[in-house]
Structure formats: structure tokens, C-alpha cells
Design a protein around this ligand. Structure first.
Ligand code: ATP
Ligand code: MG
Length: 452
């Protein structure tokens, strides 16, 4: 295997070696190096204790929780992280070791790592220490637990999410026994803090092929545990006379995700669950027609539950909920301008692009074509309507202009006039330009007392 190490990495190895300590590069860096990828995280392990590490790199900062010394290096986005060999014992809560102690030998440290491709080390002579056939698994594109997978997932059940996530990111397969162990232990994922689960789930959604990664998440049994509402969508038929659907609700949602053009995990997630309220609103009429009346409201409730459960940030939650709530927006050539304005107000200007992405994904994921002349027309009207002001603030004149032009003092009249001008602009009676608004002001219609 051919690779070179950056000068700063070699220097770090040398600093420890020259003081008589062992030091190795470990973790994802080796995996990335061997795959010819750019390494973003440089992690090291050493037999030096944190105090000894700090003596060798006095400008390092010590993280008490993980016993890691970090050091910022110019030209590298993430600090180098140097950790004393660790051994971990007893995982009675399925999420973290009861006890961590400094190990004496590298082998102990590699043994506690999650997957074979993450459990290799490289020394200063570029020799690869590979006790678990990580190179072979890397070549065969396999994610395999180090040691007994059942035991490893029982120790720390987040590893199950990591397996699905890393497989998705690298487009690898989870080795059979490892995958079986995830299925067997899936319910243990509930022991893990939701913040950590959310991070992994978002990374799964960010994969190049989120459809494949989410499918694996489903087949592993983890979706059943974490998104039970989504599992309920599978098998819910929506094919009916005169309706275009070709998939059941669950598969339609997966197909929509597959077609989603946005790479924002929030948009992808919203696309994946936009119809999640359908199972609860399913009705089959005597004509054979299936309806899901009001499903977007039920979907919205579930979206709120999911966002809160998984501890989304306020910003992520707002966007997620809006996308689900308004995904059923009407696209109709006979729509009034005010209906379109309402759509923009509900969705928020900043979310329009994503709302349209969801609609396109929804169409494609339901077997329809990417767009229609109605949708294209709707997009044009969205642009047109946005030229009109949305509030008095968007008018091209303000209160000061009014007071100056009409030579009046501050008071409620100024507001009334602004309101009147705004309504006339919205009704397209006058144009929203400064000259036209001022000349209208001077004319009697706008200047006359308003009726209440
Ligand atoms: P990425 O940085 O892309 O997430 P990574 O493999 O570098 O991938 P990190 O979370 O940075 O993952 O962890 C660094 C290394 O620590 C891993 O390669 C693995 O050896 C080990 N590791 C991380 N989390 C666990 C875990 N839950 N159980 C066992 N080993 C772990
Ligand atoms: Mg890493």
C-alpha cells in the first residue's frame, strides 16, 4: 500500500519516539489513507500518560473526559488528538464503559475499537499493525465488528448506528454476522442519548446514497426502534382507481428520499417522512378509492414528535415541521395571487427552494414525471408574486417620505396612509416604485381621510 504522511504528522510521531515512547496513528485516518482519501482527523495513541504527553507538547490542551490531548496544527482544520492507550471494562449500561484505564500495550487499545477497518495502527516507519484483518475487510468493502459482534454491541449500542452510518458513507456492506448481531440487539439502541443518535442519523441521511443507507437502517431493525411511525407506513396501500401511486406509503417515502435533490439532511428527513401520517388517516371508500384526508396535519404532529424526541435544534425543527406541514400545497393555474402569497408566507421565503425540492422528490418517488406545466407555471408565479411587497416594510417609501411629501406631523395618519398604499400595491392598482408612490400620495385619493 502506497501512502505518504504529512510532515506535521511525522514530526508528531518523532517527538514521542525520540523521548522513548511508543506512538501510532490510529482510527479513521488509516482507513482513509489506505483508501486514498483525504484524511480529516489525525488521531494518535501512545503509552505516554496525559501528563507525559503534555510535557512533550506543552501547548496541547487536555480534555479531562476522554483523556485526550489535542493540539492545533497550522494547515489542518481539526486538531491532532493524542490519547493514552485505553482499556475499557464492564459496560453495564450498554453505552459506556464502567471503568476506563490507561493500557500498557497497543493491542489492548486496538481491541476496544469498533470495526476491523477502524482498528489498525501505523507506526513511524509506516508499518501497518493490523491484528483483525482490517486491510482485507477494507479491500472487500466490509464493516466487521472487532471480536464478537453481539458482545461489542451490548457494550456500546451506538456502534450499531455507527456500522450503518460508516457503511453508508463508504458504500460498504455490513458483514453478515455483524449485521445479524445488529438485528438481535437493535432494541438496545434506546439506551443511547438521543443527541448522539440524531448525529448519526443525520450523517446517514447525508450519505451520497441516502436511500441505500436508510434501507439498511430499516433492515437492521434500528428504524423500528427509532422511527416506529415510519415502519407503520410499509404495507399501507395507496394504489386506487384514477390515482397515480405505484408504491405503498413506506416505499413511496423511500423512493422520494432517493429522488431528493437537496443534500440538506433536514430536507432529506422531511422528504422521508412527509406522508408519515397516512396510516392513521387511511380510508377505503366503497368505490375502491383510498383517501388520506388531512394526513398532512397528522404527519405534522408526528414530525414535531420526532424533532423533539431526537433533539433537533430550533432551526432544524422549524424547517422540518414547515416542510411537512405545507407539502400538500396546491399547484393550480386558477389560483389567486393571494393564495400564492399565502403559500409563500406559510413556507417562508427561505424554505421555498426546499419545499419545491420536496415536491419534485414526491412526484418522482410516486412514479410521476419530474415536473408538470402547472408546476412550472406555479414557479413563475412565485417569482412574480414576490415582486409585490409582503408587508408595509417592503414598500419603496416609508413614514418619513409621507410626512415630508404631505408636510404632516408624526401620528396615526402616517400609518393609515402606508396601509392604504400597501393595499393598493398588493391589489396591483399602483406600482411599488418611489416615484409612483409619491405621485399617488400627492393625488387626492390616498390623501383623503380613511373610513374606519
Ligand atoms: P469519522 O471521523 O468519519 O466519524 P472515525 O472512524 O474517525 O470516523 P471517530 O468517531 O472519529 O470515527 O472515532 C475515531 C476512532 O475511535 C474510530 O476509528 C474507532 O477506532 C474508535 N471509535 C469511535 N467510536 C467508537 C465506539 N463507539 N466504539 C469503539 N470504538 C470507537
Ligand atoms: Mg474521526
Amino acid at each position: 500500500m502506497n501512502f505518504t504522511l504529512p510532515e506535521a504528522v511525522l514530526e508528531t510521531l518523532d517527538k514521542f519516539d525520540s523521548k522513548g515512547f511508543e506512538i501510532y496513528i490510529v482510527g479513521g485516518a488509516i482507513r482513509d489513507l489506505l483508501m486514498g482519501k483525504i484524511v480529516s482527523d489525525w488521531d494518535f495513541t501512545t503509552n505516554a500518560t496525559p501528563e507525559q504527553i503534555l510535557k512533550i507538547i506543552p501547548d496541547g490542551f487536555y480534555d479531562n473526559i476522554f483523556g485526550t490531548v489535542g493540539i492545533t496544527i497550522e494547515g489542518f482544520t481539526k486538531p491532532f488528538e493524542i490519547t493514552t492507550y485505553r482499556t475499557e471494562y464492564g459496560y453495564s449500561d450498554n453505552r459506556r464503559p464502567d471503568k476506563v484505564s490507561w493500557g500498557k500495550i497497543l493491542e489492548e487499545d486496538l481491541k476496544r475499537r469498533d470495526f476491523t477497518i477502524n482498528a489498525m495502527a501505523i507506526d513511524k516507519n509506516l508499518k501497518i499493525i493490523d491484528l483483525y484483518d482490517g486491510q482485507k475487510d477494507l479491500k472487500n468493502k466490509l464493516i466487521r465488528a472487532v471480536g464478537d459482534p453481539n458482545e461489542r454491541f451490548r457494550e456500546d449500542s451506538l456502534r450499531m448506528m455507527r456500522a450503518v452510518r460508516i457503511a453508508g458513507e463508504l458504500e460498504f456492506t455490513i458483514e453478515e454476522k455483524t449485521f445479524e448481531a445488529i438485528i438481535n440487539n437493535a432494541s438496545l439502541i434506546n439506551k443511547i442519548a438521543k443527541e448522539r443518535i440524531k448525529i448519526e442519523l443525520f450523517k446517514i441521511l447525508k450519505c451520497n446514497n441516502p436511500y441505500k443507507a436508510i434501507l439498511q437502517f430499516k433492515e437492521s431493525g434500528l428504524m423500528e426502534e427509532l422511527l416506529p411511525e415510519l415502519i407503520k407506513c410499509f404495507g399501507v396501500e395507496q394504489k386506487s382507481p384514477s390515482r397515480h401511486h405505484i408504491y405503498d406509503v413506506g416505499n413511496h417515502l423511500l423512493m422520494a428520499l432517493k429522488e431528493c435533490k437537496s443534500d440538506d439532511p433536514v430536507v432529506r428527513f422531511a422528504t422521508l417522512i412527509h406522508d408519515i401520517g397516512k396510516p392513521q388517516t387511511y380510508k377505503k371508500l366503497s368505490t375502491g378509492v383510498i383517501t388520506f384526508y388531512n394526513h398532512e396535519m397528522v404527519s405534522t404532529k408526528i414530525a414535531i414528535n420526532i424533532a423533539d424526541r431526537l433533539k433537533f435544534s430550533a432551526k432544524e425543527r422549524d424547517k422540518f415541521v414547515i416542510l411537512v406541514r405545507f407539502h400538500q400545497f396546491t399547484v393550480d393555474e386558477n389560483q389567486t395571487d393571494s393564495a400564492i402569497r399565502r403559500f409563500i408566507k406559510n413556507t417562508g421565503i427561505e424554505n421555498i427552494e426546499d419545499m419545491l425540492s420536496l415536491r419534485v422528490a414526491d412526484r418522482l418517488g410516486g412514479g410521476a414525471s419530474e415536473t408538470s406545466w402547472r408546476l412550472e407555471e406555479f414557479k413563475k408565479r412565485l417569482t412574480e408574486v414576490q415582486k409585490q411587497p409582503f408587508s408595509i416594510k417592503d414598500l419603496k417609501i416609508n413614514g418619513t417620505d409621507i410626512m415630508k411629501t404631505l408636510n404632516i406631523k408624526p401620528g396615526p395618519k402616517v400609518g393609515e396612509i402606508l396601509e392604504k398604499l400597501f393595499n393598493e400595491v398588493v391589489e396591483k392598482k399602483i406600482e411599488n416604485t418611489k416615484e409612483i408612490l409619491i405621485s399617488n400620495l400627492k393625488s387626492c385619493s390616498i390623501n383623503s381621510p380613511t373610513k374606519t
